[in-house]
Design a protein around this ligand. Structure first.
Ligand SMILES: C[S@@+](CC[C@H](N)C(=O)[O-])C[C@H]1O[C@@H](n2cnc3c(N)ncnc32)[C@H](O)[C@@H]1O
Length: 434
């Protein structure tokens, strides 16, 4: 499929650009550059009769003037990104920024006379589904030195530790130009391992749904209580996929408090989590922890990684922890296949812990607004109903209290001060493999 870098369409012929926008990641924003040449204010003609390219400073001034006019109440000096500058517009042209702020996109649409962000060359999906791992790299099994990526090297340089096998050859560098779930979540939890783009993205959602940081904390607390319950039931092995950035209550800390011999294999596909992997590896002397950078959509790569065999004994029960990660798999059938493929190798007596975003606890208006934001790439979790989430637990025995909001799952705080289901909007469920 042609990418923007190869197309030559003018603004009046953007259909092919729209069709190809999914493939245009990481390519210079040719569409925007073409628009710069053809904007109505670029009246001067070059000697060959073609329209002169509008100056960046001129475009920046005009876009900023439109921003101020369209959003009169906004103090741009105080918000992330603020007014546009020449350097930033250059980054848009080079395709380094996939999803500028709503204010900037609106002003640019007006300035360039187009009705969609795609026609500016910005793809909503880039932000919503930013692939942290390149699928071609994911399929590479050899882990050879030649395949060793800059990301793996960066981890090594930053942590002094050798990247895990799945990490070698697959990791990409930390990308500070697009929002990533682990860093957005870290921001909501009050962490410091996030970039401006993550905070801006997170703030867009919290402007509409102010309770989201509460939901993040409740999710984390649910995972702690669920891991405690499973460890107390005698399970000593945990496979935690979609680990997140290290924060108080990491799975190994919780499990090893109950069983010092507990072993935990962490898996995440965000290179930033890999950078902090050492913090996940400081378990008890008796126990063991390891980290694999891999994508949940590749269960075989996870099970084939030597770190798994070194950490977990699949003849003994394992607790599979999928906390707030399945909702990043938009397709339900794919999410079901993933869960099946992850559970299949685990013996009877294993457990599955899932937390998952849901529209079930909010008003229809809120659900509709969330859906709009999800479609616009302003939210990244594909929420699911109780019945959909239940399909992950086919043939498992569900532990009490069943399918409830994360804050209602065996709450530590029995008072009515704990967050309401509406304010967490995540189901927390634990099942046992028969
Ligand atoms: C909201 S955080 C949840 C962190 C942790 N499980 C918790 O509940 O506290 C979601 C995590 O899933 C990871 N993630 C998202 N998509 C993933 C994928 N396809 N494969 C592996 N990890 C993924 C993100 O990088 C992020 O660290």
């Amino acid at each position: 499929m042609a990418s923007h870098a190869q197309t030559t369409e003018r603004p009046e012929d953007l259909t092919s650009a729209e069709a190809s926008s999914e493939s245009s990641e990481f390519t210079p924003n040719k569409v925007l550059m073409d628009l710069m040449k053809c904007t109505p204010s670029a009246e001067d003609k070059l000697p060959d009769g073609s329209p002169a390219r509008i100056d960046r400073p001129e475009a920046v001034d005009a876009i900023n003037a439109i921003m101020k006019k369209e959003f009169p109440g906004i103090d741009f000096a105080k918000i992330y990104g603020g007014l546009l500058d020449d350097r930033e517009l250059g980054r848009y042209e080079r395709g380094e920024v996939h999803w500028p702020s709503e204010y900037r996109r609106t002003a640019m649409r007006i300035f360039f006379g187009v009705d969609t962000d795609k026609k500016l060359g910005f793809s909503r999906r880039r932000l919503a589904l930013q692939p942290v791992l390149d699928p071609q790299q994911l399929n590479r099994e050899d882990g050879s030195e030649a395949a060793e990526s800059a990301g793996g090297a960066a981890v090594q340089a930053l942590t002094g530790s050798r990247p895990a096998a799945a990490h070698r050859g697959r990791s990409r560098t930390v990308d500070a130009s697009t929002a990533h779930p682990a860093r957005v979540y870290d921001y909501w939890l009050g962490g410091k391992d996030n970039f401006a783009v993550d905070r801006a993205f997170a703030d867009t959602l919290t402007t509409k749904f102010p309770w989201v940081p509460t939901a993040a904390r409740s999710n984390r607390d649910f995972r702690v209580r669920a891991v405690e319950a499973v460890a107390a039931a005698g399970v000593r092995q945990f496979l935690d996929i979609g680990t997140g950035l290290p924060a108080p209550g990491n799975t190994h800390e919780v499990a090893q408090r109950i069983t010092p011999q507990a072993r935990v294999l962490y898996v995440d596909n965000d290179p930033m989590v890999g950078v902090h992997q050492r913090a996940l590896m400081t378990g008890s002397r008796e126990g063991r922890t390891d980290y694999v950078e891999a994508d949940i959509r590749q269960p075989r790569l996870i099970f084939d990684d030597p770190a798994l065999a070194n950490t977990l004994d699949l003849r003994e029960p394992v607790c599979l922890v999928l906390a707030a990660v399945l909702h990043f798999i938009p397709d339900l059938a794919e999410a079901q296949r993933i869960v099946r493929a992850l559970l299949d190798p685990l013996p009877s007596g294993s457990f599955l812990i899932v937390s998952h975003g849901t529209p079930d606890f909010v008003t229809p208006q809120e659900a509709a607004e969330y859906e709009r934001m999800y479609t616009a790439g302003e939210a990244i979790a594909r929420t699911r109903t109780k019945d959909e989430i239940a399909t992950f637990f086919t043939d498992l025995d569900i532990l009490d209290p069943g399918y409830v909001a994360v804050s209602e799952w065996r709450p530590a705080d029995e008072s009515d001060k704990r967050p309401k289901p509406h304010d967490v909007s995540l189901y927390g469920v634990v099942g046992r493999v028969r």
